[in-house]
Design a protein around this ligand. Structure first.
Ligand code: AR6
Length: 175
């Protein structure tokens, strides 16, 4: 069966997928936003393990367990800081989604939830980031139709949820 793509409004720390994706920074040592919420919900053991990972480059992804989270795994990826769009930000953002999905497949993960990477503290304009996020995930699903059962985008605000929904409809990714 082809992978399902869903968009929901919610808090990613409460999602019961095999993996959730963290929008981290290169240190992997926690921060604010979704990163702070994930560390808070996962507990101290997540930070202890993250300290052993030697950080993560922008556009790359690393995996840990989910500890106290309902999700079994956390895939930590580092989105680009928006500088103006001329410094490879679109390619790096697409790479975050692709590398996270590749890691998920490698670990036999069947369901995965993404936040809107880079569109908070890292300042990526969400109307530019949403089509990249949606197209990259949709392409991966088309190329690997049986690897994953479900990919969910978890948007934190009504506004972000509506923007992702209208973008996905415009791209004919959802009905
Ligand atoms: N569930 C889902 N989405 C959330 C949640 C949540 N619990 N909390 C926030 N968001 P950001 P970035 C949304 O700033 O832009 C951190 O300090 C939020 O509304 O979390 O990639 C890291 O350590 C926004 O739409 O991540 C890095 O230093 C989206 O998640 C830096 O921020 C991303 O916002 C990364 O910045």
């Amino acid at each position: 069966m082809r992978t399902k793509l869903e968009l929901i409004k919610g808090d990613i720390t409460e999602i019961e997928t095999d993996a959730i994706v963290n929008a981290a920074n290169e240190s992997l040592l926690g921060g604010l936003g979704v990163d702070g919420a994930i560390h808070e919900a996962a507990g101290e053991r997540l930070l202890q393990v993250c300290k052993t990972l030697n950080g993560c480059k922008t556009g790359e992804a690393k995996i840990t367990k989910g500890y106290n989270l309902p999700a079994k795994y956390v895939i930590h990826t580092v989105g680009p800081i928006w500088i103006g769009g001329e410094l490879n930000e679109p390619e790096l953002l697409a790479s975050c989604y692709r590398k996270s999905l590749e890691l998920a497949v490698e670990y036999g993960i069947k369901s995965i939830a993404f936040p809107s990477i880079s569109t908070g503290a890292f300042g990526y304009p969400i109307e530019k980031a949403a089509p990249i996020a949606l197209k990259t995930v949709n392409c991966f699903i088309a190329d690997n139709p049986t690897e994953l059962e479900k990919v969910i985008f978890v948007l934190f605000s009504n506004e972000d949820f509506e923007l992702y929904q209208s973008t996905a409809k415009g791209l004919e990714i959802i009905n």
